[in-house]
Design a binder for this molecule. Sequence first.
Ligand code: DX5
Ligand code: ZN
Length: 237
Amino acid sequence: MKEGEWKRYTEILKKRTLAAPSILAGDFGRLADSAKRAEEKGADFIHVDVMDGHFVPNITFGPDVVKALRQAVAIPLDVHLMISRPDIYAARFIEAGADIVTVHKESEHDIEKTLSDIQDMGAEPGVVLNPDTDISAVTDVLDKCRMVLVMSVFPGFGGQSFIPDVLKKVEKLKALREKNKWDYWIEIDGGINAETSKLAFSSGVDVIVAGTYVFKNKNIRSAINTLKREKVEKQDA
Ligand code: DX5
Ligand code: ZN
């Protein structure tokens, strides 16, 4: 992501949360069409769930799919790597067009090095925490993150139930960011719907991922709009 684009989204974030529909719940026979539809209906980012069948018990997309999505939409691709060796594969996803690349603390790698490699390759680096991983496991790398993704389900599958307990981590991440003047965005992923997105918003989330709620919804535009939660009261003209 270009610095100007990053700043533009940071400005938007002063007013509302960002909506990142997860293509995992799109039509696998027509992924590009699903991504385009989400973009047309107001998505800020397309969230891409990459699973390797090893780090999680499911297999989804490789870099070529990211490349096809890159050609289909203009909005940033937020690529969530649920893979054992993000240090080896991050480059391939960045070459394919990933704008934001988030990597799990629980994967097998030197996370500090992976994050700085992602940044050197021109993408926004982020760290992901499973529901049972504490913030203390990543505090030493938070200054290198442009995104911190708090998983609100155990990764691997769409359509699971939201784990409210993780909201404490969102609040803590927000407090830490203010205290240390860090600049990451806080993202939540898993089991998001109208109700849980409201809870996430109240805890201080910036970017809201939703798969099932968006793509299995009869009204995709209104579902995406629900994820864009206003932070300030609108002034009457
Ligand atoms: C879970 C994925 C999520 C998932 C969310 O492993 O990281 O992004 O697609 O799906 P829903 O919104 O259906 O819970
Ligand atoms: Zn995800």
